[in-house]
Design a protein around this ligand. Structure first.
Ligand code: 5CA
Ligand code: ZN
Length: 425
């Protein structure tokens, strides 16, 4: 499906470094393996929205974090292949459509467009491929068939579902020695979240309770598609990301991103399914997870309904640059809450930055080399595990010390924050 228009990308003098990020799978800081030589292209995948409600600040935090990563990679001279899915058919979407008496396709289309508008307003670089599940049924179905043919997957009959002997399909985790490697979760941790996050541990006929659903045979009133070798049905959730990521980025790619709520089961299963398809060590080489953003001490989630929406703030006339600054004031690994105080702090900061940029923009001569000064500082902070609070603090400190244009490093402040932070002054 079409993505959204790309914002103009300001080129900065010199180059940043390929960033390090915290990898969930190894619980360590890892420099992304891209650059001249074997891996010139960074393959970045982020789990996209399930379009049954509008984009909230938790989603925005995830997509802005990935955007900062992408901007750092481009600034370091890497080529980028960026892919994002859209879960445009799944239980929560179907349930919401039923509740609101609206066609599920119409609901999805409406929320996807709102998401595009939100991402455009927030100056998020669009993916090269924004890929819906509905348009990828064949691609996903083919992978399910492959898993059945290799014996990695098995069928469970759907009792009384349709009288045609249709089967759901599951992956057999007992054959996957890598299971658990991505999340690092032990069984107790897995049990604690599996059922809440779409899992069906008690389903009769499963070989092990965490086995993920690959294909769901048609149930009455649910949409379904025909794929050769499978009963009419639709893909399970995790296989969509295994299939889409590997189809567009290859069986091994640089980094898989999403919120920490996806560590288990979603990213664990996506990775293990790719192992089953392509062999051990397939899928992402690094897993980056955005901590949960809450509101007044609770996780912000569509199901709880405690949402601060990007679109609502935009309607109220808030500057998208302000929304970005509020998000960037928090490191991606630290959970935080959206608060009125945070917004006011962002507002003051944006005003300070705009005034400093206006005062120094015309003074181009006499700046230091790009390897020194504020530009170099901001680059160094971002290359160190996307330290956005550190980058903001470096800019604040430069302003507090008198906003000397000689300390900028061959680029106006407005260009530095536009290119690296996506904030328009
Ligand atoms: N469609 C699936 C991924 S394949 C999904 O999780 N959709 S979502 O709409 O629920 O979430 C979209 C993205 O926002 C995911 O990467 C998710 O991890 C992230 N996310 C959701 N809630 C929060 C939150 N409160 N804080 C931070 N990130 C969040
Ligand atoms: Zn996903």
């Amino acid at each position: 499906m079409i993505a959204w228009p790309a914002p103009a990308l300001t080129q900065l003098p010199g180059r940043g470094e390929i960033p390090t990020v915290h990898d969930t799978a190894t619980d360590s800081l890892r420099r992304l393996d891209v650059g001249p030589g074997e891996n010139p292209k960074a393959g970045v995948y982020v789990c996209g929205i399930t379009p049954y409600d509008a984009t909230h600040m938790g989603h925005a935090a995830t997509y802005v974090t990935v955007d900062v990563l992408n901007r750092a990679l481009l600034d370091a001279g890497a080529q980028l292949a960026f892919v994002q899915n859209v879960t445009d058919v799944d239980d929560p979407l179907l349930e919401r459509a039923k509740r609101d008496e609206i066609d599920w396709r119409e609901l999805a289309e409406r929320e996807i467009q709102l998401f595009r508008d939100d991402m455009t307003a927030l100056s998020v670089l669009p993916p090269d491929h924004l890929v819906g599940v509905v348009e990828s049924i064949d691609l996903i179905g083919r992978d399910v068939v492959k898993l059945l043919e290799s014996g990695a997957a098995y069928r469970i009959g759907v009792a009384e579902a349709d009288g045609q002997g249709a089967d759901d399909v599951y992956l057999d985790l007992s054959q996957q020695p890598e299971f658990g490697r991505t999340s690092g979760f032990d069984e107790a941790q897995m049990d604690a979240v599996f059922a809440d996050r779409g899992g069906d541990p008690a389903r009769e006929g499963k070989r092990t309770r965490f086995d993920p659903l690959l294909w769901r045979a048609e149930r009455e009133g649910e949409p379904s598609w025909d794929v050769a070798g499978l009963p009419a049905g639709r893909p399970g959730w995790h296989i969509e990301c295994s299939a889409i990521a590997t189809a567009y980025l290859g069986p091994r790619f640089t980094v898989q991103c999403g919120g920490t709520d996806l560590i288990f089961p979603h990213h664990e299963m996506s990775a293990v399914q790719a192992d089953a398809l392509y062999g051990e060590g397939a899928f992402a080489q690094v897993y980056l997870h955005q901590a949960m953003v809450g509101l007044e001490g609770e996780k912000m989630s569509k199901s709880k309904g405690n949402l601060v929406l990007v679109s609502r703030l935009r309607q109220q006339g808030e500057d998208p640059a302000l929304i970005r600054l509020v998000l960037l004031a928090h490191h991606y690994r630290t959970p935080w809450d959206w608060t009125g105080d945070g917004v006011e702090e962002g507002r003051r900061r944006l005003a300070r930055w705009r005034s400093a940029d206006a005062q120094t923009r015309e003074v181009v001569g006499g700046l230091d080399a790009p390897s020194a000064g504020l530009l170099a500082d901001v680059r160094t902070r971002l290359a160190d595990d996307l330290d956005t609070p550190g980058a903001l603090a470096a800019i604040d400190a430069w302003i507090e010390a008198g906003a000397d244009p000689a300390g900028l490093g061959e680029a106006p402040l407005g260009d530095i924050v536009d290119a690296l932070l996506g904030v328009r002054l």
